[in-house]
Design a protein around this ligand. Structure first.
Ligand code: NCD
Ligand code: ZN
Length: 338
């Protein structure tokens, strides 16, 4: 049979992206809006998005830099100082999720949560007003390869069981344990990034140190990576694309104390298509990139379509001072702009 040469999909959503602010926002946002109709915008700015007022201000800044056809889905950062009143006001302001970072686990998480269980009233308020709890699922201080599995076991499972009405998303799942946990709890979903469908720890430190493959949570074993691929292509109702595209200028990656984050937005759909193609399941890609997430969030499916063509192209080495995922490599699919 001839290989499929074009792929037309419902307009996709990105369920986890760092659009940043100021000049970086202007430099990177195009790569998101050309492929995604909506994107869940992470709140880890400095200063962070904490309240309804911050949501209004950040949304206005994004809207100023984009077109009305793109809908930023707003989040607030949950900290130890978040209250049920803050949650309710943020929900009224249109925030669809509250993002919780444990203290110190990733970029701009110095103000992250120290006392997870003290936030129970906040979690209840989120449940009651229909706000998703979005988790950076890593326990600080645990061995880096075990942080995700530890957090799932210590916090996510018990919370999912004790508040079955709260919808929880384990962000950027990197382990077989995360996929298993999603399967066990009907109120838990997870996002998977394009790069975690490719990378293992070997790509980061197995040869010469590669800071451009360094992100949090760190890419793990071959078995974990293969389980993530299986989960992404499986058509699971609660597993969906969140790129976690996290741009940092090259000088902040290629240095001591380099920042965590992979800038994958410029190649997001193309790299995902390559994975689905390799497994001969391109027909399931629409579910992963444009349907499962919207259903979990309780939002309408997008109208409109995007087309990808089988067409070899080389990814640029540098885009406005940021090195994209797959820089310098050839990809087999090319996405048209929405
Ligand atoms: C993200 C960033 O740079 O903001 N970095 C990353 O490695 N993924 C933060 C995050 O999502 O952990
Ligand atoms: Zn992220």
């Amino acid at each position: 049979m001839d290989p499929i040469t074009t792929l037309t999909l419902r307009a996709p959503d990105d369920w986890h992206v760092h659009l940043r602010d100021g000049p970086m926002l202007k430099a990177v946002v195009w790569h998101t809006i050309k492929q995604f109709r909506r994107a869940l915008v992470m709140p880890n700015l400095t200063p962070p998005v904490l309240t309804a007022d911050d949501v209004h201000a950040y949304r206005a800044e994004i809207q100023d830099a984009t077109f009305p056809t793109f809908e930023p889905l707003m989040t607030i950062k949950i900290t130890d100082r978040t209250t049920p009143e803050i949650v309710r006001a943020a929900r009224e302001a249109g925030a669809v999720a509250g993002k919780l970072y444990p203290e110190g686990v990733t970029t701009n998480s110095e103000d992250g949560v120290r006392s997870f269980w003290d936030l129970r009233p906040v979690f209840c308020a989120m449940r009651d007003c229909g706000m998703i709890l979005s988790l950076h699922a890593e326990t600080p201080g645990v061995f880096v390869m075990d942080r995700e599995a530890n957090f799932l076991h210590q916090y996510v499972s018990p919370l999912a069981v004790s508040l079955p009405g709260l919808r929880i998303v384990v962000e950027h799942a990197t382990s077989a344990a995360a996929v298993r946990l999603v399967d066990e709890h009907p109120n838990v979903g997870c996002t998977i990034t394009p790069h975690h469908l490719y990378l293992t720890l070997d790509d980061v430190v197995g040869g010469a140190l590669n800071p451009h493959a360094f992100c949090k949570p760190i890419a793990k074993t071959h078995r974990d990576r293969d389980e993530l691929v299986k989960a992404a292509i499986s058509g699971h109702p609660r597993i969906f694309l969140g790129t976690d595209s996290a741009p940092h200028v090259i000088v902040k990656k290629e240095c001591a104390s380099g920042c965590a984050g992979v800038f994958c937005a410029p190649v997001a759909l193309e790299t995902v298509a390559e994975v689905f193609d390799r497994h001969s399941v391109l027909h399931r890609m629409e579910h992963f990139v444009a349907e499962a997430g919207a259903k979990f969030y309780g939002l309408p499916l997008n109208t409109g379509q995007i087309t990808l063509r089988r067409e070899t192209w080389r990814v640029p080495e540098d885009l406005q001072g940021v090195r994209p995922f797959m820089a310098g490599k050839e990809l087999a699919w090319k996405s048209r702009s929405l």
